[in-house]
Ligand binder design. Structure first.
Ligand code: EPZ
Length: 425
């Protein structure tokens, strides 16, 4: 088992660049299924999840080449596709569910293993199933698979989502672009990754209005064409580096993303006393003195992203004063809090609220990161702790960050990977 070995240290300094967003690249790869021929994606992150999605597409009959050196993925989609996304792959990566919409509309049938819950919550699929049902598919569960059948094709319809789910919006959108007639999605998710997906679909020939708003109107077309598309910069990876700079009181420039995609987060940090210089393709973050603790409440975009919640916990655990962090999207996303307590943080969790009283420094200990963002946040906490912290969960981090520890070392951190026999400390 691999783990990170983190030596507490001083302020981070320097420049770091992010590449394309994991949470867009995976969906763009699924969207390639909608058009026969070669789709080319650039700025694709070299992460485990991209490799899993590539394997999933290969098993559906596509030719997939991924060149990590150039960040390019080419996907050759045949006219005849398989329609089963098997459990082994879906279990490894929930985002596999995003082939459901494309396969249903392209093949008239899709069977995708149900991923089940994970470390952050139960993660239902009812909104995905409701949406496809409204488009005329027969959706049911069969031996652990979600099966959607539409032998006569899909028909556009008005769909109002109970919650602006990212995944459900994406699946319904990708199905509706080739459905007959018009679909209206009310209460659609508005994340930049959704805008990136819709933008690529329009370039493939789809007709979509209201991109980026909570109401999207899709007029189905009969066919789409493959394109070349650059993945939008990763705002969550950028947010990770921004919090790293702030909570170590460093001076870091983060490039490769659009600061407007993190507007709410940057405003919060400015409220806390962090200095943020916004530039076209990034930000410079400086934190000359101990920041003030700030209340944070996670919300769908453009609110504070749930994927940065674990970093806000670490930030408030070290800031001046006390604050409340409220998690509104995932009911079990406070693993980081209990591990932070092991590092000496003053944190109390009550349901979906965490109350933190800031401490000047934390004290090192062995901790466990239960998912991508929790493990990354605990490494940052280790940077602000006296002594050597070990963080289990490297495999999670590799799912979402192409070069996490190397980038941290580039900013002056002492973070290394080490392999240890299972159970050894
Ligand atoms: C996407 O997950 C991201 N994953 C998540 O990032 C992110 O946290 C989440 O959006 C919210 O921003 C990818 O894009 C691969 P949702 P998704 O559907 O699509 C409930 C990371 O760290 N819900 O918007 O699964 C659900 O249980 C990951 O990169 C239903 O109840 O998120 C959750 O409570 C973690 N029924 C809420 O909605 C449904 O059918 C939001 O889920 C669908 C969702």
């Amino acid at each position: 088992m691999d783990r990170f070995r983190v030596s507490g240290g001083g302020p981070l300094a320097g420049e770091v660049a992010v590449v394309g967003a994991k949470n867009s690249a995976l969906k763009l790869m699924a969207a390639a299924l909608l058009a026969v021929g070669r789709t080319t994606l650039t700025k694709v992150p070299d992460i485990v999840d991209v490799a899993v999605m590539a394997e999933l597409l290969r098993r559906l009959g596509c030719g997939v080449e991924h060149d990590p050196a150039t960040g390019t993925v080419t996907i050759d989609v045949p006219s005849e596709l398989g329609h089963r996304a098997d459990y082994e792959l879906v279990r490894a990566m929930r985002a596999s569910i995003s082939v459901l919409g494309p396969l249903t509309v392209r093949c008239g049938i899709a069977d995708v293993a149900i991923p089940g819950g994970d470390a952050i919550g139960s993660r239902g699929l009812d909104l995905h199933a409701d949406g496809l049902t409204r488009l005329g598919a027969n959706v049911h569960v069969d031996h652990g698979y979600l099966v959607a059948q539409a032998p006569n094709g899909l028909v556009g319809a008005p769909i109002s989502l109970d919650f602006p789910s990212v995944g459900a919006t994406e699946n319904v959108l990708m199905a509706a672009v080739l459905a007959r007639g018009t679909t209206v999605i009310e209460n659609a998710a508005r994340e930049p990754e959704i805008v990136d997906l819709a933008t690529m679909l329009v370039r493939m020939g789809a007709e979509i209005e209201g991109i980026g708003s909570s109401t999207m109107v899709i007029t189905g077309v009969t066919a789409l064409a493959p394109v070349e598309h650059e993945v939008v910069g990763d705002r969550i990876a950028a947010g990770t580096w921004i919090f790293a700079a702030a909570l170590t009181r460093g001076d870091v420039t983060v490039r490769g993303f659009d600061p407007r995609h993190l507007g709410f987060v940057l405003d919060k940090l400015v409220d806390a006393g962090v200095v943020i210089d916004r530039q076209d393709d990034g930000v410079r973050v400086t934190c000359p003195r101990r920041p003030r603790a700030v209340d944070v409440m996670t919300l769908p975009y453009p609110g504070f992203p749930t994927d940065l919640q674990p970093f806000a916990l670490v930030f408030d655990a070290l800031a001046e004063g006390s604050a409340m962090v409220t998690e509104n999207l995932f009911e079990a996303r406070f693993h980081t809090a209990s591990e932070l307590a092991r590092l000496g943080a003053d944190v109390r969790v009550d349901g979906h609220h965490a109350l933190l009283r800031g401490r000047e420094r934390l004290s090192a200990a062995p901790v466990v990161g239960s998912d991508i963002r929790a493990a990354a946040a605990l490494v940052l906490a280790g940077l602000a702790a006296d002594g050597v912290t070990t963080v289990e969960g490297v495999k999670h981090v590799d799912r979402g960050y192409p070069s996490f520890d190397a980038d941290l070392r580039g900013l002056g951190a002492d973070v290394r990977r080490e392999s240890v026999a299972d159970g050894a400390f």
